[in-house]
Design a protein around this ligand. Structure first.
Ligand SMILES: Cc1cc2nc3c(=O)[nH]c(=O)nc-3n(C[C@H](O)[C@H](O)[C@H](O)COP(=O)(O)OP(=O)(O)OC[C@H]3O[C@@H](n4cnc5c(N)ncnc54)[C@H](O)[C@@H]3O)c2cc1C
Length: 424
């Protein structure tokens, strides 16, 4: 760690320091709110590129897409909290030496900067600008997709990840014909092992969607998607009134070029265990930043909602505490996320590695409404779990992971035994 990182904030009294937050999504909003909750009385400015009142993203691929909700604006009274909102304003650069942020509306000085610019979806090469091709990241994206669902179009979804699965679910519920093209040999290949995704792949057909795995998109033209000449569905031309691309997201940090703030090759800001960046008085939180996890012995980049809720608390504590990081404010969470897909509630907590031991708790082929859970153990200690329709397993398992509990495999594998009663 550099000397700069260890020095306290410039104004230890706190109140006079000006905190500027770049990015007005979940992590940015939560940072501003957490500062006030912790008694920070100095000026707080929240700058966001989108013109909309700050909003929550998970409903975009669920209720909002289906027209069951109009919006998902955060229930936060920014004015009452004394948080200055600058919306529709893109941040274009930062000069840490001068403690100045550059925006399209001019420079903004800061004493403390929090970077929370989130992530942006990866686009499909060759499909940018083709009419009918959509991404799903913003409220505007969801607004464009809503009429597509209402008109029950034929849709091709590219990518069978979390977003692809949730969009497919909504589109099928709206009555659209959906074909999903996935380059890997299975859904969620980057997140879960093959034996766990095998039952999940069947959910597509069960919901009336066609899933083509191992297939590459050769080109997208108005009204159709063409598959590559080799592999499954070779050369097939699939009619598509709309194409929804869900092939991942990258940290939205290109605006940091030239700032000197350290990032990894994927663009994630490499924060330390208190979410400080390599520049003095600059923090990074949410989808845009990775952090070292002592718990998992790995650097984690987490693109999930709970990380954008928990991380800001650490940042706010560090800012209010003077920036030198009080003991106990290290950020090392048990990551958590959920997904609603194909009529199922899927939850995951922790972090697993390929070498961890996988333990089934319930058989997907027979479990039915009772659901099933997969546990990952490292030297007998629970490190992660995936629960499908078993929120109690998730709640108990999350606590067991937090406490580093060792499980008795025979009891843990029995779904009739509460997970907390399976502690060795
Ligand atoms: C459709 C969808 C569904 C999801 N569903 C789930 C779910 O069910 N469960 C779950 O755990 N997670 C879910 N997630 C993930 C979760 O929403 C994200 O992890 C969370 O939004 C991250 O918050 P963030 O503030 O870090 O980033 P973001 O939400 O991306 O917010 C960053 C903000 O910064 C702004 N910004 C970017 N660059 C600049 C710039 N240069 N200047 C100014 N502003 C800028 C962006 O416009 C954006 O508003 C979902 C995500 C999406 C897109």
């Amino acid at each position: 760690m550099s000397e700069q990182r260890q020095r306290p904030e410039r104004s230890p009294e706190g109140a006079a320091r000006r905190v500027v937050v770049a990015g007005a999504g979940m992590a940015g909003v939560q940072t501003a709110v957490a500062l006030r909750e912790r008694g920070f009385t100095g000026p707080v400015t929240l700058i966001g590129a989108e013109p909309h009142q700050p909003y929550d993203r998970p409903p975009l691929s669920k209720a909002i897409l289906l027209g069951k909700a109009e919006g998902s604006a955060f229930d936060v009274d920014f004015e009452a909290l004394g948080i200055e909102l600058r919306l529709g304003c893109e941040v274009t650069g930062v000069r840490p030496g001068a403690h100045e942020l550059d925006t399209e509306a001019g420079p903004v000085p800061y004493d403390v900067l929090v970077i929370a610019t989130g992530a942006e979806p990866v686009t499909l090469p060759g499909a940018e600008g083709v009419p009918g091709v959509h991404l799903l990241r913003t409220l505007d994206d969801a607004a464009r997709l809503r009429p597509v669902l209402e008109q029950r179009h034929d849709i091709v979804v590219v990518g069978a990840g979390w977003i692809g699965a949730e969009f497919t679910t909504a589109a099928r519920e709206a009555g659209c014909a959906v074909t999903v093209v996935e380059a890997a040999d299975r859904p969620l290949a980057g997140a879960l092992p093959a034996e766990v995704t095998a039952p999940m792949a069947a959910w597509y057909a069960e919901y009336g969607a066609e899933l083509i795995t191992g297939a590459r998109v050769a080109s997208v033209e108005p009204g159709a998607v063409l598959l590559a000449a080799d592999g499954p569905g070779a050369g097939r031309r699939i009619a598509a009134d709309a194409v929804v691309v869900g092939i991942g997201a990258r940290p939205a940090t290109s605006w940091l070029a030239g700032s000197g703030i350290a990032r990894d090759p994927d663009g994630a800001i490499t924060a330390d265990d208190r979410l400080r960046t390599s520049a003095p008085d600059v923090y990074a939180v949410g989808d845009c930043a990775s952090f070292p996890s002592a718990r998992y012995g790995a650097r984690l980049l987490v693109h999930h909602w709970d990380n954008a809720l928990q991380g800001p608390r650490t940042v706010a504590a560090a800012i209010v505490g003077g920036g030198d990081g009080a003991p106990g404010e290290v950020y090392d969470p048990v990551p958590y996320f959920w997904s609603e897909q194909f009529g199922r509630f899927v939850q995951y907590a922790g972090h697993h590695a390929a070498a961890d031991t996988l333990l089934w708790r319930g058989d997907p082929a027979e479990a039915g409404d009772a659901g099933w859970t997969v546990l990952w153990l490292r030297d007998g200690v629970l490190v992660a779990l995936l629960a499908v329709g078993r929120p109690r397993d998730l709640a108990q398992g999350r606590k067991l992971i937090q406490s580093g509990a060792r499980l008795a495999p025979d009891r843990a594998a029995d779904p009739s035994v509460p997970l907390k009663a399976a502690v060795a």
